[in-house]
Ligand binder design. Structure first.
Ligand code: NAD
Length: 250
C-alpha cells in the first residue's frame, strides 16, 4: 500500500484522469476527497470507491473560486483528518479558434480554471499539508503545456503556466517537506477529447501522433500520478513528467 494513512484531494475527480487517480489512490490506502463542479460524476466516483471497500467523500466545488477551494480544503481536513496529497487536476479545453477570434470571456474562463485553479489549490492547501507534516502536490499540465498548438492559445498558455507554477511552488515549499510536480498527458481517452474523436479527418492523425502510435488510458496517467504522490518519488520535485506515449518526440 503506497498511500497508507494518507489523505488525498483530487479535483476534477468526476472525470477520466481524476476518477482513475482517485480510485487508484484509494486502493493504495488513501482516504480520498473527490472534488468536482459536476455533482453527478463526482458522487459516482466516490460511490465506486466505497463499493470497492475504501474511504471517500464527494465535495462539489469550483476550482476557479477561492472560497470554494478554501471550503474544499477545510471540509476534507475536518472529515478525513488531515491533508497530505493534492492532485490539482480539474481542467477544460478551449474552442479551436485563432487568438484574434477568441472572446476575452473564454480566455478568462480557461485561465481561471486551468491556471488560477492550480494557484488557488496550492494557496489554500499548503498550510494544511504543512500542519499534517508534509506531502505531495501534483498539477495537471499537458503535452500542450510543453509545445504549441494552433488555435489553442488559452489552453497552451494555461498549461505552460502550470509548468512554471509547479517549479515555483517546489522552490517555495521544499523546506516544508512538500514536493510539487506536474504531469503532462498526451492524448488520453476521456470526455475532453470527444470533439477530436468525432473529427473523421483529423482523428486518424491525432490518435497516432506519438512514438507508440496510440492514445493513452486514464489508468496509465493515474499510475504516473500515484508515483509522484508516493514516497517512490521522494527526491523528485519541480518536475513535469510527460505521460504521452512519446508525443514530445514529434
Ligand atoms: P474530463 O473532462 O473527463 O475531466 C475534467 C473534470 O474536471 C470533469 O469532471 C469536470 O467536471 C471537472 N471540472 C471542470 N471545470 C471544473 C471546475 N471549475 N471546478 C471543478 N471541477 C471542474 O477530462 P480529463 O482528460 O480527465 O481532464 C483532466 C485534466 O487532464 C485536465 O486538466 C485536462 O486539461 C488534462 N489533460 C487531458 C488530456 C486528455 O487528452 N484527456 C491531455 C492533457 C491534459
Amino acid at each position: 500500500m503506497k498511500l497508507a494513512g494518507k489523505v488525498a484531494i483530487i479535483t476534477g475527480g468526476g472525470g477520466g484522469i481524476g476518477r482513475a487517480s482517485a480510485m487508484l489512490f484509494a486502493s493504495e490506502g488513501a482516504r480520498v476527497a473527490v472534488a468536482d463542479i459536476d455533482s453527478v460524476s463526482g458522487e459516482e466516483t466516490a460511490e465506486k470507491i466505497k463499493e470497492n471497500g475504501h474511504e471517500a467523500i464527494f465535495i462539489k466545488m469550483d476550482v476557479s473560486n477561492s472560497e470554494s477551494v478554501k471550503n474544499l480544503i477545510n471540509e476534507s481536513v475536518r472529515r478525513l483528518g488531515g491533508l497530505h496529497i493534492l492532485f490539482n487536476n480539474a481542467g477544460v479545453g478551449n474552442s479551436e479558434v485563432r487568438s484574434t477570434d477568441m472572446s476575452e470571456e473564454e480566455w478568462d474562463s480557461v485561465i481561471d480554471i486551468n491556471l488560477k485553479g492550480v494557484f488557488l489549490g496550492i494557496k489554500h492547501a499548503v498550510p494544511a499539508i504543512i500542519q499534517s507534516g508534509g506531502g505531495s502536490i501534483i498539477n495537471t499540465s499537458s503535452l500542450l503545456g510543453l509545445k504549441g498548438q494552433k488555435f489553442l492559445s488559452a489552453y497552451n498558455a494555461s498549461k505552460g503556466g502550470v509548468v512554471l507554477l509547479t517549479k515555483n511552488a517546489a522552490l517555495e515549499y521544499g523546506k516544508h517537506n512538500i514536493r510539487v510536480n506536474a504531469i503532462a498527458p498526451g492524448v488520453i481517452d476521456t470526455n475532453i477529447i470527444d470533439h477530436w474523436k468525432r473529427d473523421e479527418r483529423r482523428w486518424p492523425i491525432i490518435s497516432k501522433a506519438n512514438a507508440l502510435g496510440r492514445i493513452g488510458s486514464p489508468e496509465e496517467v493515474a499510475n504516473a500520478v500515484l508515483f509522484l504522490a508516493s514516497d517512490d518519488a521522494s527526491f523528485i520535485t519541480g518536475a513535469t513528467l510527460p505521460v504521452d506515449g512519446g508525443g514530445l518526440t514529434f
